[in-house]
Structure formats: structure tokens, C-alpha cells
Design a protein around this ligand. Structure first.
Ligand code: ATP
Ligand SMILES: Nc1nc2c(ncn2[C@@H]2O[C@H](COP(=O)(O)O)[C@@H](O)[C@H]2O)c(=O)[nH]1
Length: 193
């Protein structure tokens, strides 16, 4: 059966493990393309412009908004983040699927623009564990942690608008589940999926 390049959106509250999961799935699903998002937040130690994100000033980000360059963009945790159209088009034109690790507003906007995008919501095993992971990562100051935890409840309310929900309790199990979702949708060749 022919494999079809698809757009997969992976969303969930900050610290749930989206980045960790997607990095692991990328090692196992060779045909996935890479896209880099744009953001107005400052780089964390070790983050590289053009690899982790395209780090932009507010003015530069706004120029891309005005030019219609974004497939979607949103305010997330007090900064702007967006997916550049050309990033997605480049990967899809290579016949590869793409995983967009973006927030829930972005996810819904992608669904409106690309009806057959597959929306996957990653859930934490509990709110206590979410907080433990966010704090344990050690990348945010206290104010940013508080903002992200406060936003988590609102983000969780989007879960039932997503096609698939995966609980990231055991990383290996969640990874296999996400991998199966990608392979199932790439191989689906009929209907509305
Ligand atoms: N299943 C898991 N069990 C325990 N710890 C995990 C699990 N998955 C991820 N983690 C850890 O949780 C922390 C947050 O993970 P990660 O940075 O991938 O989250 P994220 O959802 O991508 O966050 P953000 O949206 O802020 O980028 C990391 O320290 C990671 O190692
Ligand atoms: N709507 C979009 N949201 C995005 C994009 N890239 C990342 N994100 C979301 O931002 C938060 C915070 O990321 P962090 O790197 O500051 O921890 C993350 O949870 C993503 O959901 C994007 O292109 N569009």
C-alpha cells in the first residue's frame, strides 16, 4: 500500500513530554521531515537559532505575519510562536510526513487550513507529574513555570477536539503508540482520514 505524506500535529501542556516523545519517534520513523518553528521568546542555554527555533524579534515576527508567511501562529505563555508555510511545504514536497509540535490554538488553526491533518494530544498521567517534569527540566524560571502550569488546565480542555489522545506515562509505551498512529494514518488510503 502506498505511503502518504501527512501533517501530524502534536500538542499538550508544557512539560508533558512532547519534545522528548517526538525526538524518540524521529529516531524510529525515518521518513519524518523536520520543520523549525519561529518564536519571539529568548533562546535557552544550548538552543541554536535555525535548529531549535528561528528566534525572532517582535518586529521580524510581525513582518512574517503581515506577509502571510505563517501557516499558523499564536500567543503561547506570553510569547509568539508560529509555523512557517515554507517549512511545511518543503518537507511535504519531499514526500515526507511532518510532525508539528505546537500549542492547541495552533493545532486547531492547522486543522482549519489542512482538513486531513491528524491531531494528536499528549496527556500527562497527573497534574502533579506534569509539575514535577516541568520543574525537573530546569529550563524555566519560577514565573514561567507558574504561567505554564496555569495555562495547562485551559490546554487540557482542547483534548476532545483532537483525533487521538495519548497518555505519556511510560515513555516507551507512549512512543510506540505515537509511532503506530503515524504509520496507521500514513498507510490509510481511503475515506476521510
Ligand atoms: N514519560 C516520561 N516520564 C518521565 N519524564 C518524562 C517523560 N517524558 C518526558 N519526560 C521529561 O519531562 C520533561 C519535559 O519534557 P519535554 O521537554 O519533552 O516537554 P514538552 O512537552 O516538549 O515541553 P514544552 O512544551 O515546554 O516544550 C523533560 O525533562 C523530559 O525528560
Ligand atoms: N502555535 C504554535 N505553538 C508552538 C510552536 N512551536 C512551539 N509551540 C508551543 O510553544 C510551547 C512552548 O514551547 P517552549 O519551547 O517555549 O517550551 C510548546 O508547548 C509548544 O506547544 C509553533 O510553531 N506554533
Amino acid at each position: 500500500m502506498a505511503r502518504r505524506a501527512r501533517i501530524f500535529v502534536v500538542s499538550g501542556p508544557s512539560g508533558v513530554g512532547k519534545g522528548t516523545l517526538v525526538a524518540l519517534v524521529r529516531e524510529r520513523v525515518s521518513c519524518l521531515g523536520l520543520t523549525v518553528s519561529a518564536t519571539t521568546r529568548s533562546p535557552r542555554p544550548g538552543e541554536i537559532d535555525g535548529t531549535s527555533y528561528y528566534f525572532m524579534s517582535d518586529e521580524e515576527f510581525q513582518r512574517h505575519v503581515d506577509a502571510g508567511d505563517f501557516l499558523e501562529w499564536a500567543w503561547v505563555h506570553e510569547h509568539r510562536y508560529g509555523t512557517l508555510r515554507q517549512e511545511v511545504e518543503r518537507v511535504i514536497s519531499e514526500g515526507r510526513s511532518v510532525v508539528l509540535e505546537i500549542d492547541v490554538q495552533g493545532g486547531i488553526n492547522v486543522r482549519q487550513a489542512i482538513h486531513d491533518a491528524v491531531l494528536v494530544f499528549i496527556e500527562p498521567p497527573s497534574s502533579e507529574e506534569l509539575e514535577r517534569r516541568l520543574r525537573g527540566r530546569g529550563t524555566e524560571d519560577e514565573a514561567s513555570i507558574e504561567t505554564r502550569l496555569a495555562n495547562a488546565r485551559g490546554e487540557m480542555a482542547y483534548a476532545d477536539r483532537y483525533d487521538v489522545r495519548i497518555v505519556n506515562d511510560d515513555l516507551e509505551r507512549a512512543c510506540v503508540e505515537l509511532q503506530n498512529v503515524i504509520e496507521r494514518y500514513e498507510n490509510y488510503d481511503g475515506g476521510h482520514q
